[in-house]
Each structure stands twice: as structure tokens, then as C-alpha cells.
Design a protein around this ligand. Structure first.
Ligand SMILES: Cc1cc2nc3c(=O)[nH]c(=O)nc-3n(C[C@H](O)[C@H](O)[C@H](O)COP(=O)(O)O)c2cc1C
Length: 192
């Protein structure tokens, strides 16, 4: 049976929820699936395919997701791999006008604010993912910030418009993408 590892970086649980839903869909498609936090994966031996995603903060993937991808670059490059970023909050004034979803979430490829995007470009160049999807995220202002940078952004007067509250995760989009992954893997199935 094809074994898929779904790995996520998540600060407030939104991306974990997406990873878990992807895992459920893949299981329903009769794949063997493990879903794990990026900093909890010790061993990637025996994994046939990977889905790796992270919540996006200030244009960057969370450190543990970046480090997972960098640490296992050679294995990821040798297996079917899909990436996802979970971030954009609709209506955020910072996001208006971006033409493509990756720019929307991770910022421009060059110039100011391109650091987080560049890291993902490097990882992608080294691992050749079959796709990189951006899913809308979730933000609950009643939860305490978990990082100093988050605390500072939330204190900014503009933070209400920069960070609209709500759960915008689009489960139909997420499930449809997971089914696409399952279809691809069925076509290259590992014999039982
Ligand atoms: C301080 C802060 C900064 C954020 N920066 C970005 C960003 O640069 N790009 C983006 O797409 N989403 C951004 N978001 C939205 C988050 O990515 C979104 O809330 C996501 O669902 C968080 O995932 P998590 O719950 O798994 O941590 C930001 C959210 C917060 C609170």
C-alpha cells in the first residue's frame, strides 16, 4: 500500500486542521496515511509520497516546516511531493491586488519582503513538488499570540484590517485537492 506522510507547521491549529482533512480524504481513497507536526517527524523511511504545508506568518513558512523540508530535501526530491501554504485571510488590505496566490501568501519573488518566498523557491527548486496550493486560513483574535512578532503585529492599529477574524478555510477546495493527489498516486501505485 502506498504510504503518504502529511507534514504540517501550524501555530494556532488552522493548518493542522487542513493537514488532518487532507489525511482523511487520502485514507478514504485507501492510502496509508500519517499526519504529523513538522517538528515531530524523526524518520521518513518507508514513506512513498509527501504532502508538506505550513501556516504563513509575515510572508514566511513556520521555521519547523522549513527545517523539515530542508532536512529531508534529498528524500523529498526522490518521491512525489506536494506543498501547501495556509494563510491569506480574505479582505486583508495587505493582500489586495496580488495576482497569484503564492504572492498573496508569501510575498514577491524579489525585493523587499521576498525572504520567505525565496526560501520556498529554494526548497521547490531542490525538491520539484508536483504542486503548491495556497489555502485560505483562519484567525481567532481571542487566542493569545504565540510569538513576539505576532504580538507586535496585533498591536498595530491597522491589524484589524490586516488580520480579519474568522475561519476562511475552504474545505471543498482542500478536499478536491486531496482527491487530485490520490488520483495521481493511484496512477503510480506501489504494489501491495
Ligand atoms: C501575525 C500574523 C501574520 C500573518 N501573516 C500572513 C502572511 O504574511 N501571509 C498570509 O497568507 N497569511 C498570514 N497570516 C494568516 C495566517 O497564515 C493564518 O491565520 C493561518 O491560518 C495560520 O495558520 P495556523 O493556525 O496553522 O498557525 C498571518 C496571521 C497572523 C496572526
Amino acid at each position: 500500500m502506498t504510504k503518504v506522510l502529511v507534514v504540517y507547521g501550524s501555530r494556532h491549529g488552522g493548518t493542522r486542521g487542513i493537514a488532518e482533512r487532507i489525511g482523511e480524504v487520502l485514507r478514504a481513497e485507501r492510502l496509508e496515511v500519517e499526519v504529523a507536526a513538522a517538528d515531530q517527524v524523526a524518520d521518513v523511511g518507508g514513506v512513498d509520497a509527501f504532502v508538506v504545508g505550513s501556516g504563513v506568518y509575515m510572508g514566511s513558512w513556520l521555521k519547523e516546516a522549513v527545517e523539515f523540508a530542508q532536512r529531508h530535501e534529498a528524500v523529498l526530491a526522490a518521491r512525489p511531493l506536494w506543498l501547501f501554504s495556509s494563510g491569506p485571510l480574505p479582505g486583508s488590505t495587505a493582500k489586495k491586488g496580488a495576482e497569484d496566490p503564492l504572492t498573496d501568501a508569501l510575498g514577491p519573488e524579489e525585493g523587499p519582503g521576498s525572504g520567505g518566498r525565496k526560501k520556498i523557491l529554494e526548497i521547490s527548486a531542490a525538491t520539484h513538488p508536483l504542486g503548491h496550493r495556497v489555502f485560505l486560513g483562519a484567525f481567532d483574535p481571542s487566542e493569545s499570540p504565540r510569538a513576539m512578532s505576532e504580538r507586535l503585529v496585533r498591536m498595530m492599529p491597522a491589524s484589524r484590517s490586516l488580520l480579519p477574524a474568522g475561519d476562511f478555510r475552504n474545505w471543498d477546495d482542500i478536499e478536491a485537492w486531496a482527491r487530485e493527489i490520490a488520483t495521481h498516486l493511484a496512477a503510480v501505485a506501489v504494489p501491495a
